[in-house]
Ligand binder design. Structure first.
Ligand SMILES: *[C@@H]1O[C@H](CO)[C@@H](O)[C@H](O)[C@H]1NC(C)=O
Length: 389
């Protein structure tokens, strides 16, 4: 009996120890579970924080891209503005004529050459509907200083010719021919030129070269316009102007009693008459016969005038101004009555030396060949339509 009680007690003891172990293990497991769920929670939180950070980075990168683009656009517009300012400076230079240095712009000469080629392709299409007028002087180039204070220089106004002619001074029987503008600028004085002797002396600064012919003004008892064929070397025609008093046509160029001009429509004479003595008269001439086709008395005074030229049937007279180093188109006369003095543009010539003794317009190039106190200058003209004023 006693032995059984001991056995039961031992068994009970063993059962109690076992229970305690299980309880312990259970507690440990719960603690581990707790910690695992804590880690899990933390990991999820970190992951979502990382996502948020990534999103922030992406949107900031996008902003940076946008800012970069804005910056680039700003730079571009600054670039265009700098370009524009540069162009405006160029323009102002032509308006003010700041630098008194003699420089040769090869580009302008090249442009002339290409311009001539372009015009040649365009043939005479412009002649039929000529309605251009000056809007401004786009550029000027001083090509050279050669010869006397007064004189005339011009290109042969005919398709395909690039020849340049010099009438040095106001009284001679010889002219100088250069094969091109480049030859003229390269030449020491007139050394690269060919001399042409004309049948009589020319006087003043009124002469033109048109289709390989010299049209020059000679003067004895009366005023003569002589047409001379340079190709065959003979005088083709001559016309007498019935003027008793040989009054200078421009007050400031006393040697010139008659000025000739060529425009898109042909040959013009600019002169003065006894009936309209204080003002300039204009006549359209037949290029073949030298007949006067039509005549106009203009309202442009001779006093203080330096020179004049004709573009599309409009006479532009250039006057000396009170401002030193500037002359100005101050009177226009349009034979078609499309441009009045009020509508005429303010065209200033940035001359620096004396008065312009001649201004010869080349309709193929829209250039004026100017002689200013021995300087040979090119003025590039900007045009607009007469009707658009
Ligand atoms: C140009 O004309 C002036 C004055 O008439 C004269 O002194 C000069 O020698 C001439 N020049 C040339 C190169 O013929």
């Amino acid at each position: 009996m006693r032995g059984l009680v001991v056995l039961v007690t031992l068994a009970c003891l063993a059962g109690a120890q076992h229970q305690a172990l299980i309880d312990y293990l259970e507690r440990r497991l719960l603690a581990i579970e707790d910690r695992i769920s804590l880690w899990h929670e933390q990991t999820t939180r970190y992951a979502s924080e990382l996502r948020e950070l990534k999103q922030q980075m992406v949107s900031q990168l996008e902003n940076l891209d946008k800012e970069k683009e804005v910056l680039r656009m700003n730079l571009d517009s600054v670039g265009t503005r700098v370009d524009r300012v540069e162009r405006e400076m160029d323009y102002l230079e032509t308006q003010n004529g700041a630098q008194p240095c003699v420089d040769v712009d090869d580009k302008l000469i090249e442009q002339q050459v290409t311009l001539v080629e372009e015009k040649q392709r365009a043939k005479y299409s412009r002649l039929s509907d000529c309605s251009d007028m000056i809007s401004s002087i786009k550029a000027m180039k001083i090509l050279k200083r050669a010869g006397a204070p007064r004189g005339t220089w011009t290109k042969d106004i005919s398709r395909g010719s690039g020849k340049i002619y010099i009438f040095n001074g106001t009284d001679d029987n010889t002219i100088h021919e250069f094969a091109s503008v480049q030859d003229f600028t390269r030449s020491q004085g007139f050394s690269l030129s060919k001399s042409l002797k004309l049948p009589s002396s020319w006087k003043g600064t009124g002469h033109v070269i048109y289709n390989n012919h010299v049209y020059y003004v000679s003067q004895d008892q009366e005023i003569n316009v002589v047409k001379y064929d340079m190709k065959d070397g003979f005088m083709t025609d001559s016309a007498v102007f019935p003027e008793r008093d040989q009054v200078p046509v421009y007050g400031l160029t006393p040697e010139t009693v008659m000025d000739l001009a060529v425009d898109e429509e042909g040959l013009w004479a600019i002169y003065s008459t006894q009936q309209n003595e204080r003002y300039i008269s204009l006549a359209k001439m037949d290029t073949n016969s030298l007949d006067l086709e039509q005549m106009w008395d203009t309202n442009c005074p001779r006093e203080n005038a330096e020179a004049a030229f004709v573009i599309c049937g409009t006479l532009y007279v250039v006057y000396n101004t009170q401002q030193p180093g500037r002359s100005r188109v101050q009177c226009v006369f349009d034979v078609n009555d499309m441009v009045s003095n009020e509508e005429a543009p303010l065209v200033y010539f940035p001359k620096r030396y004396g008065a312009h003794s001649s201004l010869k317009y080349n309709p193929q190039e829209q250039l004026l060949y100017a002689w200013d106190d021995g300087y040979q200058i090119l003025y590039k003209l900007a045009m607009k339509k007469k009707l658009e004023i």
